[in-house]
Design a protein around this ligand. Structure first.
Ligand code: GDP
Ligand code: MG
Length: 156
């Protein structure tokens, strides 16, 4: 399996305000994933509509746009074997009230509308690449060798 799958991850405004950026980055680093890009930024209305376009017709859409633009986010690209699915597993289910303890949402959240973290959907092929392109220019992503790779992966 390749070790260079990239996925888009974002600490949402509630996670930033609650001081959880370090906790979330720490979990992803400890897992063995490699950071490929990061940007502390404010999402505007237009970007919010593009990013959450698939939910445009849902009753919660306006509230979702209001929430995701309500304060800065930490947008990131993480890389590793099966990274998209692995990050989704670490995140837990969408509703933190139902998420397993040990997951990011299950440990750090309580409310569906404020669930701390976004990660690309592994069941939507190409969602990771689309979201990375939406948030990052190619020259904002870094190709680098992480020196512990041979201790994370058996077949380096
Ligand atoms: P995710 O991929 O696990 O983030 O979940 P979805 O793609 O289904 O939904 C995107 C985001 O919309 C979620 O992370 C929540 O922040 C929000 N959301 C989804 N469903 C609901 C809902 O029923 N009510 C509210 N208030 N927010 C929701
Ligand atoms: Mg989703």
């Amino acid at each position: 399996m390749s070790h260079d799958e990239r996925t888009f991850v974002m600490v949402k405004p509630d996670g930033v305000q609650r001081g959880l950026i370090g906790e979330i980055i720490g979990r992803l680093e400890e897992r063995g994933l490699k950071l490929a890009g990061a940007k502390f930024m404010q999402i505007d209305e237009e970007l919010a509509h593009e990013h959450y376009g698939e939910h445009e017709d849902k009753p919660f859409f306006d509230g979702l746009v209001e929430f995701i633009t309500a304060g800065p986010v930490m947008a990131m690209v993480w890389e590793g074997a099966d990274a998209t699915r692995q990050v989704r597993q670490m995140m837990g289910t969408t509703d933190p009230a139902e998420a397993q303890p040990g997951t990011i949402r299950g440990d750090l959240g309580l409310d569906l509308g404020q669930n701390v973290i976004h990660g690309s959907d592994h069941e939507d092929p190409g969602a990771n690449e689309r979201e990375i392109d939406l948030f990052f220019d190619e020259d904002e992503l870094v190709d680098w060798e992480k020196s512990d790779a041979e201790w994370v992966y058996e077949d380096v």
